[in-house]
Design a protein around this ligand. Structure first.
Ligand SMILES: [Zn+2]
Length: 317
């Protein structure tokens, strides 16, 4: 077993994190910058270069044999470009070419952030040991990724498994993606909060109208707050069941800020799953909370880089 390291970048709308990760998924070195998300593309790239520069300045950099990048999407892994919704300065931005210019000869693997989190959960977290899994992030948006036949399935452009934009309500509300009745439109944190407010839920004295506040109200028994989480759970269950029918996943891992609501989300989710996952071959499907914390993006990017190496076996992804 080699002991070489891989470098990892996790690029989101609020932070750009970098790390050196070993073959067991341990983060040995890490660094981070705020994402200058509203600045021009070159300014954002300078923050990426600063993160890479800090990694490269350390004594372990010479052991890095590949670099994995998990980026907010959409990404186009085949073109090496990214167009993160929350970073308007980057549209079809040639991130892989620009990173290569800094890191020299390292092979670079680019995947979307939902796929990265999936890689992390499969390697180290709740989907470990499962050959067919869906992993989801339910927060400001709803993203995800797939493991099929024991391997990460990023798809040609690195976006496969983007369950947030499966329609589960044919005549439902328009979604910013251009579709209608998407899972995200029903189950994301902002939409859970919006629906609760529209149905008459009133925030507490602190005025907090986040999904977290709605979760706290639901926990205290507020029926409108409970109903909004039940509706989100129903949408998630329908999307998960559709995925199971299509590709026979046996586990769905749900993480992200909304999943922190715990039983407020998972109790109705388990119940709704029984309504949608009905065929014999999907009845063993389980839904479970994510286990990887805030490092999931970095660990997943590292897993993707490890899997790309010619001698790949360590990550098993
Ligand atoms: Zn959509």
């Amino acid at each position: 077993m080699h002991t070489d390291l891989v470098a990892a970048l996790d690029i989101g709308g609020t932070k750009i994190a970098g790390a050196l990760v070993d073959g067991q998924g341990r983060i040995l070195v890490r660094t981070q910058r705020a994402t200058p998300a509203q600045e021009d593309g070159e300014t954002v790239m300078r923050a990426v270069e600063a993160v890479l520069g800090e990694l490269a300045a350390g004594p372990l950099w010479g052991r890095a044999t590949a670099l994995g990048i998990g980026s907010a999407g959409p990404v186009d892994a085949s073109a090496g470009t990214v167009s993160p919704v929350n970073v308007p300065g980057w549209r079809d931005y040639p991130l892989v070419r620009r990173v290569r210019a800094v890191t020299g000869g390292l092979p670079v693997e680019l995947i979307g952030d939902g796929v990265a989190i999936t890689a992390a959960e499969h390697w180290q977290g709740a989907a470990r040991g499962h050959d067919n899994a869906l992993c989801m992030v339910v927060s400001t948006g709803v993203g995800g990724g797939l493991v099929l036949n024991g391997r990460l399935h990023p798809g040609p452009t690195g976006n496969a498994g983007h369950i947030g934009h499966i329609s589960v309500d044919l005549d439902g509300d328009p979604c910013p993606c251009g579709g209608r009745g998407c899972v995200e439109r029903l189950a994301s944190g902002p939409n859970i909060a919006r629906r609760a407010i529209e149905a008459g839920w009133l925030p507490g004295p602190d005025g907090d109208t986040s999904a977290e506040a709605v979760a706290a109200a639901a926990r205290a028994g507020d029926p409108v707050a409970v109903a909004s989480f039940e509706r989100a759970a129903q949408a998630l269950a329908a999307g998960i069941a559709a995925t199971a029918n299509l590709v026979e996943i046996d586990i769905a891992v749900v993480g992200g800020g909304v999943a922190k609501a715990g039983d407020v989300l998972f109790t109705p989710l388990h119940k709704a799953l029984g309504d949608y996952a009905t065929l014999s071959f999907v009845q063993r499907l389980t839904v479970t909370p994510a286990q990887m914390g805030t490092d999931a993006g970095l660990v997943g990017a590292a897993a993707a880089a490890l899997a790309r190496r010619p001698d790949a076996t360590a990550a098993g992804v």
